[in-house]
Design a protein around this ligand. Structure first.
Ligand code: UDP
Length: 251
């Protein structure tokens, strides 16, 4: 565990440090705090971060969450809706976010596609791994919707699976704080930002970074995880250039 490490890892050549990245954006990041739905400004800021790296040639796949609309476990606990059904509802919420993000990215002149793990033929493509990779190779941003397509897991798990399946060089996990802290920075002013962590430190200490299964998947396939604040303009570019940003989790 390291707090405020000293070493910079930026690539000196000016070329991106990572060629293909998997970005996980939670639904919360697309909405207004405490409100249901999409916030146009948040959507715009996230789209700008994505486009800023796509236009320098970085291949970007984005997994979007749906927590700004609903989370399956919460819906099931508050109603007579079966939990599996509620999870499918949560997956459909991620499709709403994906379609919104697609339009804003496209409006900025950046080619983009949505691929969903649940087939919704009239609204977007269905996830096909080889097709997804082809889009990435052609410089299109691909937004992956509907998580894994199966209930009882979250979009963190979907992001880790996608990172492995698509051979991403890094999994970027967008958060509303600057990375992983020693305590909740919203509640404890002495909380310190941890700039680097081992996978096992996250798993063993049950740090609330991502689902344990997602971290485990990244560890088994040696995919580093970068946790940083996507609301700070320029952070995405810093991340892909290998500059220090947020918290890096690896071996
Ligand atoms: N979900 C699911 N399977 C998946 C991904 C998501 O069932 O593979 C459901 C689950 O109910 C989850 C909801 O979709 O609560 C929204 O996703 P998530 O909570 O991961 O969104 P985020 O917290 O990232 O906004």
């Amino acid at each position: 565990m390291t707090t405020m490490a000293k070493k910079k890892t930026s690539s000196k050549s000016g070329k991106p440090h990572f060629e293909r990245v998997l970005l996980k954006v939670s639904g919360e990041g697309l909405g207004k705090p405490g409100e249901t739905g999409i916030d146009g400004e948040a959507l715009q800021r996230i789209a700008e971060e994505i486009v800023s790296v796509a236009e320098i040639g970085v291949e970007v796949a984005v997994v979007v969450g749906g927590g700004n609309f609903l989370r399956g476990a919460t819906v099931a606990s508050e109603s007579r809706i079966q939990e599996a059904t509620a999870h499918y509802m949560g997956m459909l919420a991620t499709v709403i976010n994906a379609l919104a993000l697609q339009d804003v990215i496209e409006d900025m002149g950046q080619p983009v596609r949505v691929q969903s793990s649940i087939s919704i033929h009239s609204a977007c493509e269905t996830f096909i791994r080889r097709r997804c990779i082809r889009h990435l190779e052609k410089g299109r941003v691909v937004i992956l919707a509907a998580g894994t397509g199966r209930p009882f897991v979250t979009t963190d798990t979907a992001a880790a699976l996608a990172a492995v399946e698509l051979h991403a060089d890094v999994l970027c996990k967008a958060t509303k704080v600057d990375g992983v802290y020693t305590a909740d920075p919203m509640k404890d002013k002495d909380a310190k930002l941890l700039t680097s962590l081992g996978y096992n430190e996250v798993i063993d200490n049950r740090l609330k970074v991502m689902d344990v299964s997602a971290v485990d998947m990244c560890q088994r396939h040696a995919v580093p995880i970068l946790v940083f604040n996507l609301m700070h303009a320029g952070n995405m570019k810093k991340a892909v250039m290998g500059k220090r940003v947020g918290t890096r989790i690896d071996e």
